[in-house]
Design a protein around this ligand. Structure first.
Ligand code: GDP
Ligand code: MG
Length: 162
C-alpha cells in the first residue's frame, strides 16, 4: 500500500495546482473561484523512484454550513486517513484567521504536517514567506506550484516524512 499525502488548506491557495505539479499532468481542477474540488480525489504520484498517493481536497473553512461543511468534512477525512499532510498557505497573503483555524484542526489530528508557502513566484515573496514560521508548524517550504519553483525540494521533504 502506498503512503498517502493529503493536500489541504483554505480555498484558492493553489492546492490543486500543487497536486498537478506532483502528478506531472493537469488533472486536478484549477479555477480562480474557490470551492471547485468538492470531494477527496486521489492520484498516483512518483518521485525519485518512490510511489505515493496524493489526495486533493476542497477548500477547508471553519464552522462551515451546508455545502461548505460537506467539503470541509471531506478534507478532514483526508487528513485522518493520510500518513502526512501538506498544508498549503498563500505566501502572497500571509497567515489568515482561517489558516490559524486550520492549524488547530491539524494539531488535533496529530498527523505530521509539512507547511507549504505557495505562490512564492519570486525571491521577494519567498523572503516574505518566512513570516509563516508564526503558524508554529516549523519551516515554511516556499514553492510556486504554478511555475515549479521549489517543488523538487518539497517532494524531497514529503518523501523524507513518509
Ligand atoms: P485551490 O482552490 O487551493 O485548489 O487553488 P487552485 O489550484 O485552484 O488555484 C487557485 C488560483 O491560484 C488559480 O488561479 C491558480 O492559477 C493560482 N495559483 C496556484 N498556484 C500558484 C502559484 O504558485 N503562483 C501564482 N501566482 N498563482 C498560483
Ligand atoms: Mg482545488
Amino acid at each position: 500500500i502506498n503512503p498517502v499525502v493529503a493536500v489541504v488548506g483554505r480555498p484558492n491557495v493553489g492546492k490543486s495546482t500543487l497536486v498537478n505539479r506532483f502528478i506531472g499532468r493537469r488533472q486536478a481542477v484549477v479555477e480562480d473561484k474557490p470551492g471547485v474540488t468538492r470531494d477527496r480525489v486521489a492520484y498516483d504520484a512518483y518521485w525519485n523512484g518512490r510511489q505515493f498517493t496524493v489526495v486533493d481536497t476542497g477548500g477547508w473553512i471553519p464552522d462551515a454550513k451546508d455545502r461548505a461543511a460537506a467539503i470541509a468534512r471531506q478534507a478532514e477525512i483526508a487528513v485522518d486517513t493520510a500518513d502526512v499532510v501538506v498544508f498549503v498557505v498563500d505566501a502572497t497573503v500571509g497567515a489568515t484567521d482561517v489558516d490559524e483555524a486550520a492549524v488547530r484542526m491539524l494539531r488535533a489530528s496529530r498527523k505530521p504536517v509539512i507547511l507549504v508557502a505557495n505562490k512564492a513566484d519570486n525571491n521577494a515573496i519567498e523572503i516574505e514567506a518566512t513570516s509563516l514560521w508564526s503558524l508554529g508548524l516549523g519551516e515554511p517550504q516556499a514553492v510556486s506550484a504554478l511555475h515549479g519553483r521549489g517543488s523538487g525540494d518539497l517532494l524531497d521533504a514529503i518523501l523524507a516524512a513518509i
